[in-house]
Ligand binder design. Structure first.
Ligand SMILES: Nc1ncnc2c1ncn2[C@@H]1O[C@H](COP(=O)(O)OP(=O)(O)OP(=O)(O)O)[C@@H](O)[C@H]1O
Ligand SMILES: [Mg+2]
Length: 236
């Protein structure tokens, strides 16, 4: 079976600082994959390399069997990759409904499983705040809107960067529950987060970065067997 995403030998720089040193991994269709590591290890840079926001100097990004390394970011996203960046990025002058309606579209295959209405059913808090501007939402609600906005593009791969960072435990739980149902709906996910306790159950495969290199890459059962080693990489 064709892999959904293959990342091969990425070397990424910011000017002269060499951040990613040959990062490689793959995501199978339908899988949830965690990408873990301490602060500054290159997680966000890996995501930006996949999306072309920071083009790698060498290496390959292959999505659904097609090399996309040469494409600009917007064309990669048109191939049904959705990205929820750190910090969410709301437009100040748009309401919740406008955010969702502007983003909503069928995917390349013409499917539209995730509609604005389905997102509002999934996140009842957003339903209650339809006419609020993006900036009039709590941090947790902004994160829900950011995920909702990604879902209505009907992606094959949803990439989440620190979706629960800085949120209260109850809101975190709500977000993890939704991520679980996103996975059950067949969308593959690549999840950057530090919460190994949640990720070990939620994800099928786990990747750990130390200083821009993959030091661990395995399924959940192997993660459990190597928990001490992995926790030492994460500093927990
Ligand atoms: N725009 C930039 N210009 C220069 N250096 C950068 C830039 N963005 C990140 N870096 C550096 O690249 C390294 C990797 O950063 P990155 O944001 O990928 O880490 P991260 O694993 O996502 O960390 P965090 O958990 O804090 O989000 C860090 O040393 C960081 O200082
Ligand atoms: Mg980051």
């Amino acid at each position: 079976m064709t892999k959904l995403l293959e990342v091969k030998g990425l070397h990424t720089y910011y000017d002269e600082s060499h951040i990613l040193h040959g990062v490689s991994f793959a995501i199978e269709p339908g899988q949830a994959v965690s990408l873990m590591g301490r602060n500054g290890m290159g997680k966000t840079t890996t995501l930006k390399s996949i999306l072309g926001l920071v083009p790698p100097r060498s290496g390959h990004v292959i999505f659904q069997g097609e090399e996309i390394s040469h494409l600009p970011t917007w064309q990669r996203m048109r191939k049904d990759i959705a990205y929820v960046p750190e910090g969410r990025g709301m437009f100040h002058n748009l309401t919740v409904r406008e955010h969702l309606e502007m983003a909503a579209r069928p995917n390349q295959k013409g499917e539209q499983n995730w509609t604005v209405e389905r997102v509002l059913d999934t996140f009842p808090r957003l339903q209650e705040r339809l006419t609020n501007l993006g900036t009039q939402l709590s941090g947790g609600e902004q994160q829900m809107l950011a995920i909702g906005r990604a879902l209505v593009t009907n992606p094959d791969l949803l990439i989440l960067d620190e979706a629960t960072e800085g949120l209260a435990p109850l809101i975190r739980k709500e977000i993890w529950d939704v991520v679980r149902s996103i996975k059950e709906s067949g969308i593959s996910t690549l999840i950057v987060d530090k919460n190994i306790q949640v990720l070990k159950d939620l994800c099928d495969q786990h990747i750990v970065l130390v200083k821009g290199q993959v030091v661990f890459s395995a399924g959940s059962s192997q993660l459990m067997q190597s928990l001490d080693e992995v926790e030492s990489y994460l500093g927990v």
